[in-house]
Ligand binder design. Structure first.
Ligand code: SF4
Ligand code: SF4
Length: 323
């Protein structure tokens, strides 16, 4: 084994793994806060990507995860999950609870300057909080960041995994900045990182009116198809413009005629019909089948590449579907 690789593996075992476990312990400790909004019996169990990546590296299967190129990005992602948790102590004791139109516009502008493509607002249902996790507020600001088109078009490719880790990193940093922005204006905020996160993002983003879930389990947006990563900031602001409708409900009608993601998923991790988990939640995706392939093949992402919403585009498919 090359010396560099040996050092990397030891680094993952001795540095990355303990730091992942430390941030997870801090996440779980939010449950102890009196104001915590906790998961329910029906809540999904989170598939812990960073921990699974560490274990993958420990087992010596790290080659196509491009650890030389992505180790620093992984460390930065973990660090920024820690930043989101440590910064909760900066929330004011008696924060303001409402905003006016001028500040709402400022918030949207701020998000845009930080690389956020679209933003939505919704109440967080407790059953979308991952098991054993908790958040401080149930007013959700959902953040959408675009993933690079060229890197997706090449998937699976070394550029794909690097771009995915970069997008996670940029969005995680941005979510923390949005939380700081709210605090600086007298509000309370809790940023949830895109890598793993505290809640199941696609249904939350759908509830915020930002798109609809495809059969690949990902959010399909009108702007970028499923070429997006998601994060959220939870806040005590009670009068956000929460979405009351969703104009993308026609998407499953198109999905029913397509099935490209199902046909092209190499480990057959996407099911034709949704399966019911033990907790009663329906899902099309088997993470346990997807992840080993994802990790062995440069972040895979074939399901996003072959989705017509990523290539043909939303408007053309809508015109074809709704006559
Ligand atoms: S990322 Fe790859 S393995 Fe995972 S669901 Fe998509 S196509 Fe399948
Ligand atoms: S590939 Fe086809 S079936 Fe799968 S999510 Fe996209 S449109 Fe739906």
């Amino acid at each position: 084994m090359k010396i560099g690789l040996k050092i990397k593996r030891a680094f993952f075992r001795r540095v990355v793994k303990p730091s992942v476990k430390r941030v997870y312990q801090k996440e779980d400790a939010i449950n102890e806060k009196p104001e915590a909004i906790t998961a329910t019996e029906q809540s999904p169990t989170r598939f812990d990507i960073p921990l699974n990546i560490v274990e993958f590296v420990e087992q010596g299967k790290e080659q196509s995860l491009m650890i030389n190129q992505t180790t620093n990005l992984m460390r930065s992602n973990i660090k920024n999950i820690g930043v989101s948790l440590n910064s909760l102590s900066k929330n004011a004791l008696n924060p303001k609870e409402t905003i006016d139109d001028i500040f709402l516009q400022e918030l949207k502008e701020f998000c845009k300057t930080q690389g956020i493509a679209t933003i939505g607002f919704t109440k967080l249902p407790r059953n979308l909080i991952f098991k054993d996790k908790a958040v401080l507020h149930d007013n959700a600001i959902v953040l959408v960041m675009e993933m690079d088109k060229k890197s997706i078009a090449k998937a699976p490719h070394r550029d794909t995994i690097i771009m995915i880790m970069e997008t996670y990193n940029n969005l995680g940093i941005t979510a923390n900045k949005v939380a700081s922005f709210l605090r600086a204006h007298g509000y309370s905020a809790h940023a949830s990182h895109p890598l793993g996160g505290l809640v199941l993002y696609p249904p939350l983003a759908k509830k915020a009116g930002l798109g609809w879930n495809g059969r690949h389990g990902l959010l399909i947006t009108p702007e970028f198809g499923s070429r997006v990563r998601l994060a959220a900031v939870f806040t005590n602001i009670t009068n956000l413009p929460f979405a009351t409708e969703n104009s993308h409900e026609w998407v499953p009608e198109y999905c029913a005629t397509c099935g490209n993601c199902i046909k092209n998923c190499p480990p057959k991790a996407i099911y034709e019909k949704p399966i019911k988990r033990e907790n009663g939640l329906l899902t099309h995706i088997e993470n346990e089948k997807c992840f080993p392939y994802f990790a062995s093949n440069y972040g895979c992402t074939i399901c996003i590449r072959v989705c017509p919403f990523s290539t043909t585009g939303y408007d053309k498919l809508k015109a074809k579907t709704i006559k």
